[in-house]
Design a protein around this ligand. Structure first.
Ligand code: 2BA
Length: 121
């Protein structure tokens, strides 16, 4: 089993989650924040059989798009003298950042006995 961790832009989540459901992939969405831009993004956890990793990555590539985002560059030495305003810099974000990890899945729901069978007589 593999665990795909993918960081995507919030705007791509809706269409991607629909196709993942349609293709019978299970996923969990985490709200996350990029370390560089400090803006919100989405981290998806997708547990999948090793044989379906390529298919899942194909969907991520197809449904997650690169976009440009403007960020204000930090102050320069000249800024401190009040001579130059901050200037916007274009940053290309996405499509999807993808990590694939080996994983074991322990489904407690399936191995635990029902509550009534565990109670003392
Ligand atoms: P952020 O860290 O907010 O980065 C947003 C975009 O800023 C990045 O897009 C990249 O184009 C640029 N960027 C990031 N760090 C930079 C730096 N030190 N210098 C110049 N430009 C920089 P993506 O590469 O598509 O990344 C999108 C988001 O995916 C990132 O948001 C971060 O949340 C995550 N990410 C990317 N690479 C990662 C990694 N190696 N490990 C963990 N998370 C990662």
């Amino acid at each position: 089993m593999k665990l795909i961790i993918s960081i995507i832009q919030d705007q791509d989540f809706h269409a991607l989650s629909e196709i993942l459901l349609e293709k019978n992939f299970r996923s969990t969405r985490l709200s996350s924040t990029g370390g560089f831009l400090s803006t919100g993004n989405t981290t998806l956890l997708i547990g999948v059989e090793a044989t379906r990793v390529d298919e899942a990555i194909g969907l991520l590539k197809q449904y997650c798009h690169a976009r440009t985002q403007l960020m204000n560059a930090g102050p320069t030495t000249v800024d401190f003298l009040g001579a130059m305003p901050h200037y916007p810099v274009e940053v290309i974000v996405g499509g999807a950042i993808i990590f694939v990890l080996d994983a074991e899945c322990i489904d407690l729901e399936q191995i635990a006995k029902p509550q009534s069978e565990n109670t003392q007589p």
